[in-house]
Ligand binder design. Structure first.
Ligand SMILES: Cc1ncc(COP(=O)(O)O)c(C=O)c1O
Length: 279
């Protein structure tokens, strides 16, 4: 066995069991081809085709110049969480206090932390396919088992509630819903979400991770419904959103999760061990 092979043997089962983000592998390859002078049409990553809006950029520049460059609270500044709380109330009809919101380095981190904080080994994470490639890998990293539920083009790639119902087991812990969806662009109609909510209501251990990062990339007549706004679903839902897609801020790395305080506090505990400098 060569040296690299020996070192591979030393990796934890968790890390050996998951794949590197495939989109990032393709990005690395595309960038290296571009750097060697090849013309590459880049379709691999959800990068908006406009720049961060000027008022946002100017606020960022001003903040840096004014010295807002130091550690913040683990959960993010109170001011930002208050602004997010206001947005979620006004735009999504869901009430979260600032201490029910955790700001992270992108929605991706929010999702990974939620899986790690909520799933015990052998728990099941239900993922409608086609899906954003990180969901199953993050579930595996948490020791959970991804349960992939196929959808079909005849059904606009939307989850069939009957199929969901048939796949729920006592180990079902998390249902990932991504609406508007990456990669299909499908938007879950409110009636379908209500149907899903009825099913979730009957399974007290099952939570919903509602990934709403593409909320603003939506075309009429479709409209966005936040899962947590449905009756009875607030305390069963973790709402994930961020600034990357709506405001072309992918490189700023800013996203958040909102949910019942005990779940958000568990995510914050993980974040405090990974992101903050305080010991
Ligand atoms: C479905 C989905 N969720 C979450 C993310 C992560 O976004 P962020 O840049 O906020 O980490 C992405 C990014 O491509 C995505 O496509």
């Amino acid at each position: 066995m060569d040296m690299a092979g020996k070192e591979m043997k030393c990796l934890s089962e968790r890390v050996e069991g998951v794949s590197t983000s495939k989109a990032m592998l393709i990005t690395d390859r595309a960038v290296s081809l571009q750097q060697s002078g090849f013309p590459v049409i880049r379709l691999e990553v959800g990068q908006p085709d406009f720049h961060t809006p000027t008022p946002v950029s100017l606020s960022g520049i001003n903040a840096i110049q004014q010295g807002h460059t130091t550690y913040t609270l683990n959960a993010g500044t109170l001011q930002l969480r208050q602004a997010i709380s206001h947005k979620l109330k006004q735009e999504n009809g869901i009430s979260y206090t600032p201490d029910e919101i955790l700001v992270s380095n992108g929605a991706k981190q929010s999702i990974a932390q939620a899986m790690l904080a909520l799933c015990s080994p052998q728990d099941e994470v239900i993922i409608p396919a086609p899906y954003w490639g990180s969901y199953p890998e993050m579930a595996k990293l948490a020791g959970a088992i991804p349960v992939i539920l196929p959808t079909s083009i005849d059904n606009n790639f939307l989850l069939d509630p009957k199929l969901l119902q048939s796949k729920i087991t006592p180990r079902s812990r998390l249902l990932t819903l991504c609406s508007p969806s990456n990669p299909t662009g499908s938007v879950y109609p409110k009636e379908l979400l209500q149907h899903i909510a009825h099913i979730v209501a009957n399974h007290p251990r099952l939570l919903v991770l509602s990934d709403e990062i593409y909320e603003h990339i939506i075309y009429a007549p479709a409209t966005h419904t936040s899962f947590a706004s449905l009756p009875g679903m607030w305390d069963r839902t973790l709402t994930v959103n961020g600034f990357s897609k709506a405001f072309a801020m992918t490189g700023w790395r800013l996203g958040y999760i909102a949910g019942p305080k005990h779940f958000v506090a568990a995510c914050a505990k993980l974040q405090s061990l990974v992101c903050t400098a305080l010991s």
